[in-house]
Design a protein around this ligand. Structure first.
Ligand SMILES: *Cc1c(COP(=O)(O)O)cnc(C)c1O
Length: 460
C-alpha cells in the first residue's frame, strides 16, 4: 500500500471504531441514568476520539515540516468552549485561539499557558489588548486602527508578546457565505488586494520592528483545500516580501488559521489533517522548509465527529400524514441546523429506550425539537426507522459548535455534557466523566434578571 492508502485505511478503521464506541456509550448512558425521563437531553463526548484527532493533527504537521520547526496548534475555543475540553486538548499538546474576554478566561481556567494562547478577535477593546499583552499572550491585530492602539500600549518598550497582523488574501468564498472569511468584502483583517493595501501592510511592518507574525484564516466549512492553500500561499508570499523589504527575517511565524471542513454525511473523517498538510506543503513548500514557525487554529475538525446530542422522544405524533417525533433537542442545541438546514444538515441515529440501535424499515418523518416555533426541526422528511415515544434520537457529529453554543430560546436549559471512554471494568464497558453540569431552573432565573425582580416597578 502507498502511504496515502495506509492513511485512508487507518481513517476507515478509526471511523468504524468510533461508531462502535458511540453505540456502546448510548447504551451505557441509558443504563447509568445519564439520559431518561429525568434527563431528557444530554451531550456526549468521545475522549478517545478527540485524543486521536489531536494526535493526527500533530503527526500531520510533524511529517510535513522541517525537523525542529516550532508548530503551535491553537484550538479555536469557539468550536468547543468547555474548560475540560480545553484541558484535554492541552494535555494533547494543543494551545488555544481565543476571540473574546470570555474565551480567554476559559483558556486560563483550563491552565493553558499564555505562551500557547493566541488572541484574534475582530473587535478587541483597548482594555482587552492591554490585558492580553500584559499576560504575554500573542495578539493578531485585525486592522490599522488596532495597530495604533497597540503602538500606544507598547510605546518604546520591547513588545511584551508576539504581535501580528491579520490579512485577508481575498481568494474567494466557499459554499457557505456566512463562514467565508476570504471574500473581497469580508469583515476580517486587512483586505490585501484593495488598492494600496499591500504597500500599507509592508510599511506597517517596517515601522514596527517588533511585529513578528503574520495571520490569515481562509478555511472554514465549505471551503476547498486548494482554496485554503492558495490563501496560505498568498500569506507566505507577503511574509517573504516583508522580510525582503526589512532586510531580515522580521516575520518569524506565519499563523495559517484553521477551518478544515468536516464531513457531516458519514462516520469517515475526511478530508484528514494529513490530506490538508500535504496540499499545503505542495502548494507552499517554502513555508515548510524550517525558516518559519507555524501556528494553526483548527476548531470544528478536532471535535465535530466526537460528540453527539442524545434526546428523548417525548411524543410521536402525526400531522397531514407526516410522522413527527417531538424530542428535547432542537434550535437551542442545533441552532445552525434548524435555521440553515441546507448548509448544516446533520445525521440522526435512532435508538430504543434501552439505548439499542433501532431496526425497522425506513419511514419518512420529521425530527422536531422542543422550541415553540414551527420550524424547530433538526431533520425534515428524513427516512429513519420509525421513532416512538421513549426512543432516543442522537444528533451525530455535534461535538463542535452545537452543545457548546447554547441558544437560550424558551429558556430551555443547557444540558449536561459527559465525556466518555470505553473501559472493560466499568458498568456497560463505558466510563463517564462530567464536562459540564446541566443548567438548573434556579440558574436560569438568576441569569434572567431574577435579582432585579422589582427594579422596573419600584425604581422607575
Ligand atoms: C473560527 C476560527 C477558526 C476555526 O475555524 P473552524 O472552522 O472551527 O476550524 C480559526 N481561526 C479563526 C480566526 C477563527 O475565527
Amino acid at each position: 500500500m502507498t502511504s496515502s492508502e495506509t492513511i485512508r485505511d487507518t481513517a476507515n478503521h478509526l471511523a468504524t471504531a468510533s461508531a462502535g464506541r458511540r453505540e456502546q456509550a448510548v447504551r451505557a448512558a441509558v443504563e447509568q441514568g445519564l439520559i431518561g425521563t429525568g434527563e431528557p437531553v444530554t451531550g456526549l463526548l468521545d475522549v478517545e476520539g478527540i485524543r486521536n484527532s489531536a494526535a493526527e493533527l500533530r503527526h500531520a504537521f510533524e511529517e510535513t515540516t522541517a525537523p525542529g520547526t516550532p508548530v503551535l496548534h491553537a484550538f479555536a475555543v469557539k468550536a468547543g468552549s468547555l474548560v475540560p475540553v480545553l484541558r484535554l486538548l492541552a494535555a494533547e499538546g494543543l494551545g488555544c485561539e481565543v476571540a473574546s474576554p470570555g474565551e480567554l478566561a476559559l483558556a486560563r481556567a483550563a491552565g493553558v499557558p499564555a505562551s500557547r494562547t493566541v488572541l484574534d478577535s475582530p473587535a478587541k477593546t483597548t482594555d482587552e489588548l492591554r490585558e492580553a499583552l500584559g499576560l504575554g499572550i500573542a495578539v493578531n491585530a485585525d486592522n490599522p486602527q488596532e495597530l495604533e492602539r497597540i503602538d500606544a500600549l507598547v510605546g518604546n518598550e520591547p513588545a511584551p508578546a508576539p504581535i501580528g497582523l491579520r490579512v485577508n488574501p481575498q481568494v474567494g468564498a466557499g459554499s457557505i457565505e456566512a463562514l467565508s472569511t476570504a471574500t473581497a468584502t469580508s469583515k476580517f483583517g486587512v483586505a490585501l488586494r484593495d488598492e494600496g493595501a499591500r504597500d500599507r501592510v509592508v510599511r506597517a511592518y517596517l515601522d514596527r520592528p517588533w511585529m513578528t507574525r503574520l495571520h490569515a484564516h481562509v478555511g472554514s466549512q465549505g471551503v476547498a483545500l486548494e482554496r485554503m492553500a492558495d490563501g496560505v500561499r498568498e500569506t507566505y508570499e507577503l511574509a517573504e516580501e516583508i522580510n525582503a523589504a526589512a532586510g531580515r527575517q522580521q516575520i518569524d511565524t506565519v499563523n495559517i488559521g484553521g477551518g478544515l471542513p468536516v464531513n457531516f454525511a458519514s462516520d469517515e473523517a475526511t478530508p484528514t489533517f494529513h490530506d490538508y498538510a500535504r496540499v499545503l506543503r505542495d502548494t507552499v513548500p517554502g513555508l515548510f522548509d524550517g525558516r518559519y514557525g507555524l501556528i494553526t487554529e483548527f476548531g470544528r475538525s478536532l471535535l465535530a465527529k466526537h460528540g453527539l446530542v442524545l434526546a428523548r422522544v417525548e411524543y410521536a405524533k402525526s400531522a397531514g400524514g407526516r410522522p413527527i417525533a417531538v424530542t428535547h433537542a432542537g434550535a437551542q442545541l442545533a441552532t445552525r441546523t434548524v435555521y440553515a438546514p441546507d448548509a448544516w444538515p446533520i445525521r440522526v441515529a435512532c435508538f430504543d429506550s434501552a439505548g439499542r440501535p433501532k431496526q425497522g424499515p425506513p419511514v419518512v418523518q420529521d425530527v422536531a425539537g422542543p422550541c415553540c416555533f414551527a420550524g424547530d426541526l433538526v431533520a425534515e422528511g428524513r427516512e429513519l426507522p420509525m421513532l416512538e415515544a421513549g426512543d432516543l434520537a442522537a444528533l451525530l457529529d455535534t461535538g463542535a459548535y452545537y452543545f457548546s453554543h447554547h441558544f437560550a430560546y424558551n429558556s430551555l436549559p443547557r444540558p449536561a455534557v459527559h465525556g466518555f471512554r470505553t473501559d472493560p471494568e466499568a458498568p456497560g464497558g463505558v466510563r463517564f466523566a462530567p464536562a459540564r453540569s446541566a443548567q438548573t431552573t434556579a440558574e436560569i432565573v438568576a441569569e434572567s434578571g431574577g435579582e432585579h425582580r422589582d427594579a422596573l416597578v419600584r425604581h422607575l
